[in-house]
Design a binder for this molecule. Structure first.
Ligand SMILES: [Fe+2]
Length: 200
C-alpha cells in the first residue's frame, strides 16, 4: 500500500466523552459540577425511567461526561491491584496551573476523606484520588518539560510552590527523554491534526 492510499484511508477520530454508570446520580452530579466545575448541558428521564445527565468543561462539546443510573451496589475489584476499579482506571482533568492544582488538592483534602496521591509525571504535576463512588480521578497541570513515559515520582504538594518547581526540575532534568513540553507538542502537531471550531 502506498503512503498516499494510507493517508486517504485514514479516519480522523477524536475523543469526545465517556459515560459513567452511577449509584447516586445526585451526589455524583454535585461532585462533578460543584467540586470539579462541569457545566450541566442536559439531563432528564428516559421513557424507560432512567435518569441521565450530560455535562461538559469544553464549550465545543455538548458533553464530555455522561452519568446514568444503574450501577450495582457491589462491583468486583481489579484482579491485580487490590481495591482498584474493575474497568475504569481513572478520568483525568487538566488544570490551568500548579497553583490551581494545589487549590484542588486543598479542596479535595478538606471536603472528602478519599485517599490522595500527589506527584509528578515529569510533563505534569498530578494528583490521584477517587470520586464519591470510588472511580479513579486525576487532576494535573503541565510542567514546562517532557520526559519519556511512564515516569512517576511522589511529591508533597504542601511544599511552597517555588520549592516544588525546583524539586521537580531536579528530578526531571536527569530523566530519559528530557526536553521541553513545547518541543514535544511541536512534534505531536505534525502527527495529529488540530480540530476545527464548531463556530467557524
Ligand atoms: Fe492520567
Amino acid at each position: 500500500m502506498s503512503t498516499k492510499t494510507a493517508q486517504d484511508d485514514k479516519i480522523r477520530a477524536r475523543f469526545s466523552h465517556m459515560g459513567l454508570v452511577v449509584k447516586d446520580i445526585e451526589m455524583m452530579e454535585d461532585f462533578y459540577t460543584n467540586t470539579i466545575g462541569f457545566e450541566r448541558t442536559d439531563g432528564g428521564m428516559t421513557t424507560q425511567g432512567v435518569i441521565m445527565i450530560f455535562m461538559t468543561l469544553d464549550p465545543e462539546e455538548h458533553h464530555q461526561v455522561f452519568l446514568v443510573e444503574g450501577r450495582p451496589d457491589e462491583l468486583p475489584s481489579n484482579t491485580i491491584v487490590k481495591g482498584g476499579g474493575p474497568s475504569i482506571h481513572h478520568l483525568a482533568f487538566r488544570l490551568e496551573s500548579l497553583s490551581d492544582l494545589r487549590k484542588m488538592y486543598k479542596r479535595i483534602s478538606d471536603e472528602y476523606d478519599a485517599k490522595i496521591f500527589t506527584g509528578t509525571h515529569g510533563n505534569c504535576w498530578t494528583m490521584y484520588t477517587t470520586d464519591p463512588e470510588g472511580n479513579g480521578i486525576e487532576f494535573f497541570a503541565d510542567t514546562p518539560w517532557y520526559v519519556t513515559q511512564p515516569f512517576l515520582k511522589p511529591m508533597d504538594f504542601n511544599m511552597d510552590e517555588e520549592t516544588l518547581i525546583e524539586a521537580t526540575e531536579a528530578l526531571v532534568s536527569v530523566a530519559p527523554g528530557f526536553t521541553t513540553l513545547q518541543d514535544f507538542y511541536k512534534d505531536l502537531h505534525e502527527r495529529v491534526p488540530a480540530r476545527e471550531s464548531v463556530l467557524t
